[in-house]
Design a protein around this ligand. Structure first.
Ligand code: HEC
Length: 98
């Protein structure tokens, strides 16, 4: 088990973490999802949309288009559930002036 955890930690991209290390959902978001979904706007805005948990689970666990999959060893089910609630509590971003 320990070997598997270490092997995952080495092979996963620098942006992904290891399940159990996240102290809160904001930290998980900032280091794992926020780059694409907030800062770089590679992925669609998720805040302020009250997305169903199943949708976030499916997208996170499977690879779709340009979004990478995240395994249970990177983000646990409990962490993903907490993250989903956190995402849905965030206000929609304000439109930026043209
Ligand atoms: C490498 C960039 C990247 C990262 C990291 C990433 N995503 Fe995505 N995500 C995308 C892209 C791009 C799409 C849209 C699919 C496409 O265009 O190929 C997407 C789509 C989604 C969708 C569907 C949105 C909709 O409108 O239906 C959800 C939900 C989602 N991502 C959640 C997450 C969560 C939660 C994380 C963190 C655990 C995350 N993503 C990390 C790039 C990323």
């Amino acid at each position: 088990m320990m070997i598997a955890v270490i092997a995952c930690a080495i092979s996963i991209p620098a942006t992904a973490g290891v399940a159990g290390q996240w102290t809160d959902s904001a930290a998980l978001w900032d280091s794992t999802c926020g780059y694409c979904h907030e800062k770089a706007a590679v992925g669609p805005v998720l805040f302020g949309r009250n997305l169903p948990r199943e949708l976030i689970d499916t997208w996170t666990r499977n690879s779709h288009g340009r979004m990478p999959p995240f395994t249970h060893s990177e983000i646990s089910d409990a962490e993903l559930a907490a993250l989903t609630e956190w995402i849905n509590r965030q206000p929609a971003p304000k439109a930026t002036a043209p």
